[in-house]
Design a protein around this ligand. Structure first.
Ligand SMILES: [Zn+2]
Length: 148
């Protein structure tokens, strides 16, 4: 397969949904393919922290949207996408959205949101591990966490 194709948004359709094995998707290191460095996050990262970081929202219909704003109100947040959809989500470590983002289950990218290619590249080089990677805690939270 042509590994370069994977980073072209129009080519992301369908294949990701069917074939979300990172190896199949060419996300394993490969010489002579320029790509952003890999980053690792914990599998059980909180939804809000993840959204703050990657700014992408997987809709139920399998479309990735770009997030314009996240307004947090306790355990809920109001998300506004670049295509001006607004909705409430609950912070969770295992909601549909977290799972879909983690598994990269989407079949297309919203045309109205105009998600830049670099953002998709960054997302596709983001891997989720159970025992390794950042929980995306702030510095203070990290200190408290280490004390426990
Ligand atoms: Zn959109």
């Amino acid at each position: 397969m042509n590994i370069k194709n994977i980073f072209v948004p129009s080519c992301l359709g369908g294949r990701i949904l069917k074939n979300h094995n990172p190896k199949v998707l060419g996300m394993e290191p490969k010489e002579n393919v320029k790509k952003p460095s890999k980053r690792y996050y914990r599998k059980r990262v909180e939804l809000f922290r993840l959204l703050d970081k990657i700014k992408l929202w997987p809709s139920r219909t399998g479309i990735l949207h770009g997030i314009k704003t996240i307004e947090k109100m306790g355990d809920q947040a109001q998300i506004t996408t670049h295509c001006n959809k607004t909705f409430m989500v609950n912070n969770s470590r295992n909601s549909r959205a977290v799972r879909w983002l983690r598994n990269k289950w989407f079949k297309g990218v919203c045309g109205t949101c105009r998600v830049p290619a670099w953002k998709l590249d960054k997302y596709s080089s983001t891997l989720f591990k159970r025992h390794y990677g950042s929980s995306l805690l702030s510095e203070d939270e990290q200190k408290n966490y280490n004390k426990k």
